[in-house]
Write a protein that binds this ligand. Structure first.
Ligand code: NCD
Length: 341
């Protein structure tokens, strides 16, 4: 299948650009359920391509994608780079540590500079919530949020949904959406953009979401977003279909949020004994990077039949290919998506 052919589930959303009417991907909060499904369905062709020996198409040939990362990253940066290259684009990575940002250049000046170089898509990770939105206002091309502070990390939530869909389908469950699934997200919810984007995405796809954290790491009033709040991990796990573990985001903490890593592990670490309190086939997820022995034990993270953590990484490339392909269709003049810019 090429990127201009309709998605396999085209009947469930409008055709052409109406299936995804946004110029940028700044957060899951901006998306309708059918727009999320569209990006997931479009990713399926890239999952298939990525499993072949030859993984290259020329859909984005001639386009320049700039990955501007103002925060550290392994998985996200690498997978955006691989995604752009497999689609045939020229990909350039800008690391803040080596850029003029260190010389005091403002975010807006950096954005204007990237724009003047005529990027066709800009992927941004930044430590401040809302930074990607600020840049999107200043540039002429699509902007993809690769994580902004504690706000959102939309491609992570999309890849998590794709990984879960694949795992459920392999078990013979109809995983068109996640209606009937109870999903626990446990860890440093307060500082996590992954928790926020996943809460929005999983709920949009029909799941019941339980958030679990010590009181100091749970945002006040989060119940208003429709999640069930737990401070007792064992209670949260009771009857759960999926448990997603999150790292303690120490780099965002000012002051002491937990007594010690040892005590945190005792109360909130996912051990084999604790996992046994959920269902016999509960799936385990983690966006990485993992702190083994703190929020998750190695013998749980590496469980072949239960952990889908490496599957999440695999799906990361396909989802980012899907997002880059869809967001550049208008500029490429793909039929039904408007005139080439
Ligand atoms: C997450 C992030 O950067 O927000 N990681 C990732 O993108 N794979 C989660 C984290 O850093 O803990």
């Amino acid at each position: 299948m090429t990127s201009s052919e309709p998605s396999p589930h085209a009947a469930r959303y409008p055709a052409g650009a109406l299936a995804f009417p946004h110029r940028d991907l700044l957060g899951i909060g901006q998306l309708e359920r059918h727009e999320i499904l569209f990006l997931l369905d479009e990713a399926e062709q890239w999952v298939a391509l990525n499993r072949q020996r030859s993984k290259h198409v020329d859909a984005l040939a001639g386009l320049t994608i700039i990955n501007a990362f103002f925060e550290n990253s392994t998985r996200t940066l690498l997978s955006f780079e691989i995604a752009g290259k497999r689609l045939g684009a020229d990909v350039v990575n800008m690391h803040a540590a080596q850029s003029s940002v260190k010389k005091g250049e403002t975010l807006i000046d950096t954005a204007i500079t990237l724009n003047a170089m005529r990027a066709d898509a800009i992927v941004i990770r930044h430590g401040s919530s809302g930074a990607t939105g600020l840049i999107a206002d200043k540039v002429d091309c699509p902007v993809l949020n690769a994580g902004d502070g504690q706000h959102e990390h939309p491609t992570q939530a999309l890849l998590d949904a794709l990984a879960l869909r694949h795992a459920l389908r392999e078990r013979g469950e109809a995983a068109d959406d996640f209606t009937g699934q109870t999903i626990v997200i446990c860890g440093d919810i307060l500082h996590s953009r992954v928790a926020r984007s996943n809460l929005l995405c999983l709920q949009a796809l029909g799941a019941s979401v339980r958030l679990c954290a010590p009181p100091a790491l749970m945002p006040v009033g989060i119940e208003a977003m429709g999640a069930e709040v737990f401070h007792d991990f064992d209670a949260a796990l009771d009857g759960a279909d999926v448990v997603m573990m999150l790292r303690l985001q120490s780099e965002r903490m000012s002051g002491q949020f937990i007594p010690s890593a040892r005590e945190y592990h005792h109360l909130y670490g996912l051990t084999k004994i604790r996992l046994a309190k959920a269902k016999t086939d509960t799936l385990v997820m983690h966006p990485g990077p993992m702190n083994r022995g703190v929020e998750i034990d190695s013998d749980v993270a590496d469980m072949i039949d239960r952990s889908i953590i490496t599957r999440q990484v695999e799906m990361g490339v396909a989802i980012r290919m899907s997002c880059l392909d869809v967001l550049t269709r208008r500029a490429r003049g793909v039929e039904g998506w408007g005139d080439a810019a």
